[in-house]
Design a protein around this ligand. Structure first.
Ligand SMILES: [Zn+2]
Length: 346
């Protein structure tokens, strides 16, 4: 857990605020490496936010003396070390809670899957979600905050800006440029001196019945920036943007979106989905706080875990057709039971 401390008055915050509200000094980040349980409360009364009981609220303390609360489905004894181990299986999904601090959450969910090997020469394709010409708070598209956190993570991990391609395309009648402008993504890209690519104008190569964009085939790593939505398979659907639009529509009309998922096999091993589940659209399109950060190499697994956590009224058809089962997905970080709440009731 990261904390932000003022060097002058020593006040500490759990949120990444830039300056101390008391003396306006710049704050320094303090990241604890170890955590110990210093108190445990058992909760036996269910609520809408915490429907599964019993659970335990642990009071944790790191080596810097910072203290925070952590919900756990497992009981701990006082004095025990607390840590979340990475899960390295290919189908694993990492789940973590996020509240304002995206840089910390991105680092956490990727490390829970064993991390990413990013050298300076690695070619990276970033696929932001660009679905509708709307402002980021409608949660249709990747938000500037989320994009910035992932981009900064890549740079800190050794990636070079010139080796990062930001690519997107529109599968609707709205031009992708208009969507990128309204969502705030263009502004962020210009800050990093990146010109995002309209993938529809790129070259596509035939791989069996799929026509896959060259940037995806050439990349060493493809990061799918999913904007999660309750009752939808939005991580999976964003990844379809590596296909030529006409090819995608033809395959969808002839078969189903679940069949198209097989095209992911062509580039398996270099996909990482990093998903924004902090504030998400419900089935009624209204956005509400869900406080989740998810990651996984399989976008379908990420969608399933998210819909299970938020107790979607209806599972997306694509996931039903794939017959994915929650019990077959190894989960890292937080358990589904710990994170679960009845989001559609709000
Ligand atoms: Zn201060």
């Amino acid at each position: 857990m990261a904390f932000y401390r003022c060097g002058k008055c020593n006040l500490t915050w759990q949120y990444p605020i830039k300056k101390c509200p008391r003396c306006f000094e710049a704050l320094t980040e303090q990241k604890g490496k170890q955590a110990r349980v210093i108190a445990v409360s058992r909760v036996g009364i269910p609520t809408l936010f915490h429907p599964g009981v019993p659970y335990f609220i642990l009071l944790l303390q790191d080596e810097n003396g910072n203290v925070w609360a952590h919900k756990s489905s497992k009981e701990y004894v006082i004095g025990a070390e607390f840590k979340a181990d990475p899960v390295l299986e290919a189908g694993a999904v990492a789940v973590w809670k996020v509240k304002y601090d995206w840089p910390e959450a991105i680092d956490k969910i990727i490390s829970l899957l064993g991390g990413l090997k990013i050298g300076g020469s690695k070619k990276i394709l970033l696929l932001p979600t660009l679905n509708a010409a709307s402002h980021y708070y409608f949660r249709d598209n990747t938000s500037p905050q989320f994009f910035t956190a992932v981009f900064e993570y890549l740079l800190e991990s050794g990636a070079k800006t010139e080796n990062i391609t930001v690519g997107a395309q529109s599968f609707s009648d709205v031009p992708v440029g208009a969507i990128a402008q309204k969502s705030g993504l263009l502004e962020i890209c210009s800050k990093y001196k990146i010109t995002p690519k309209d993938l529809s104008a790129s070259t596509f190569e035939k791989e069996g019945k799929y026509e896959i964009v060259k940037e995806a085939l050439d990349a060493d790593l493809i990061i799918n920036l999913a904007m999660l939505k309750i009752g939808q398979a939005s991580a999976t659907q964003n990844f379809f943007k590596i296909l030529k639009k006409e090819n995608f529509l033809e395959l969808k009309n002839l078969g189903s979106e679940a069949d198209i998922v097989k095209c992911f096999k062509e580039i398996e091993g270099k996909i990482m989905t990093v998903a924004d589940g902090e504030t998400t659209q419900r089935s009624n399109k209204l956005a509400g706080f869900t406080g989740l950060a998810l990651a996984g190499r399989d976008p379908c697994g990420v969608d399933l875990v998210f819909n299970e956590i938020t107790k979607a009224n209806r599972m997306p058809d694509i996931l039903k057709s794939l017959e994915l089962k929650l019990e077959d997905i190894p989960i890292a970080g937080r358990t589904v039971a710990e994170a679960q709440y009845l989001a559609e009731y709000f």
